[in-house]
Design a protein around this ligand. Structure first.
Ligand code: GDD
Ligand code: MN
Length: 376
């Protein structure tokens, strides 16, 4: 067991070597490394055996700088440089957790916005409270967002937190700051293969996909960046929304619902194309068939990018496109005979028969898309 010496009551337990692996994702942070490692040296190893593992996607001198400074550090420092980075910041963190061998992993930014002096306290809190996850939170008394510069960033951060808490009330119970990038987690509680990180919000990913983690929190003050610039921007914001959709649609029923909603939005391009085509003088029937393809294309793009990103499987995109288009058009062809069948065989009136046919073809199309377009 790893124990914080100053908070251990009987002082009997001695921390094991390598009690914590500090995972630091870095993207072009060359001017922050020296200060970061200095501050870790100052506050961690005499309280808790540690090692630092950088997961680096940099295009600058960061890995070289790390290796140089590492030689003077009183603990092991490793750089895992990814030549083909996937998943952005979250992907880097998962790669780091996967490689970590200590009981505890602390995830911390490389720009000193997360004070390294808090690392021993995060781990000690986890040990004392028997928690699997300890979140450093800006929203507890004693914590703050001092380093979040600009009113719009505060507003965006608040809205993102509110959105996440609203969508995942159960998984985020007890986590006041699910957007925090600073936390300690027991290595044994993480199943890296179950994670599908996408961008910045790795704590959210961990909490939602792992589920049922016992959680403790520690307040912290989000500091100003030491050097360089933040890498988050509009692109990261859009990625976050995609991430939310992916997490929320992990269950098949939720996925079917979003599939249906996307299908509804397809009416817009469909009707626009129809009006454009009939204006060129085309007869409305071939125009209907062509316009339907606009709706199909729109749906396919949204479904590929939002709903099935992690389920694309082995098929080539052209293969998926063809299969998707075939299913979507089969839907149209199937509907009329199905209505006739329901009217004649089940004795239904035309309206309920039509409604039932719509629902049936929708469910078939969803099941077909899952099984025939995106099958693993
Ligand atoms: N390996 C890797 N790959 N590291 C990355 C990448 C990437 O694609 N993108 C960013 N990083 C690293 C940065 O080098 C830095 O060490 C850390 O991740 C955080 O990146 P910043 O660009 O400084 O993020 P931020 O300050 O805007 O956001 C931080 O605070 C937010 C709270 O407001 C992050 O911790 C967010 O997760 C957190 O929500
Ligand atoms: Mn930062």
């Amino acid at each position: 067991m790893t124990v914080h010496p100053e908070t251990e009551l009987d002082g009997a337990e001695v921390p094991e070597p390598g009690a914590v692996t500090i995972v630091v994702p870095t993207f072009n942070e060359q001017d922050n490394i020296a200060e970061l490692l200095y501050r870790v040296t100052e506050s961690v190893p005499h309280r808790l055996p540690c090692e630092v593992l950088f997961v680096d996607d940099s295009t600058d001198e960061t890995p070289r700088v790390i290796r140089e400074i590492a030689q003077d550090c009183p603990f092991p420092v490793t750089v895992l440089h990814r030549d083909e980075p996937t998943g952005g910041l979250g992907g880097a963190v998962v790669a780091g957790i996967r490689a970590a061998t200590s009981d505890w992993v602390v995830v911390m930014d490389g720009d000193l916005q997360h004070p390294p002096s808090l690392v021993p306290e995060l781990v000690a809190t986890g040990e004392q409270e028997g928690a699997q996850l300890v979140v450093a939170s800006r929203y507890l008394p004693g914590g703050s967002r001092a380093g979040l510069s600009g009113g719009h960033r505060v507003a965006v951060s608040r809205a993102s937190t509110w959105l996440a808490k609203g969508l995942f009330p159960r998984a985020l119970r007890g986590i006041s700051d699910p957007m925090s990038g600073f936390f300690a987690i027991r290595r044994a509680a993480v199943h890296p293969d179950a994670l599908k990180p996408l961008g910045y919000k790795i704590l959210l990913e961990l909490a939602v996909r792992t589920g049922r983690l016992s959680v403790a929190e520690v307040p912290f003050v989000f500091q100003e960046r030491h050097a360089g610039e933040s890498k988050s921007g509009l692109r990261e914001g859009l990625r976050y929304l995609r991430h939310l959709v992916e997490l929320r649609t992990a269950a098949p029923l939720a996925r079917m619902l979003v599939f249906g909603l996307i299908g509804l939005t397809g009416f817009v391009p469909n009707l626009l194309a129809l009006s454009a085509l009939t204006h060129t003088g085309l007869h409305y029937l071939p125009a209907e068939v062509l316009a339907n393809q606009a709706g199909v294309a729109w749906n396919f793009l949204l479904i590929e990018g939002l709903l099935f990103r992690t389920r694309r499987g082995h098929r080539h995109w052209a293969d998926r496109t063809a299969r998707f288009a075939l299913l979507a058009n089969a839907d149209l062809v199937l509907r009329i005979p199905l209505i006739a069948l329901f009217v004649r065989e089940l004795g239904l009136a035309v309206l309920p028969a039509t409604a039932l046919a719509l629902v049936t073809t929708f469910v078939l199309r969803f099941a077909g898309t899952e099984a025939l377009v995106y099958a693993k």
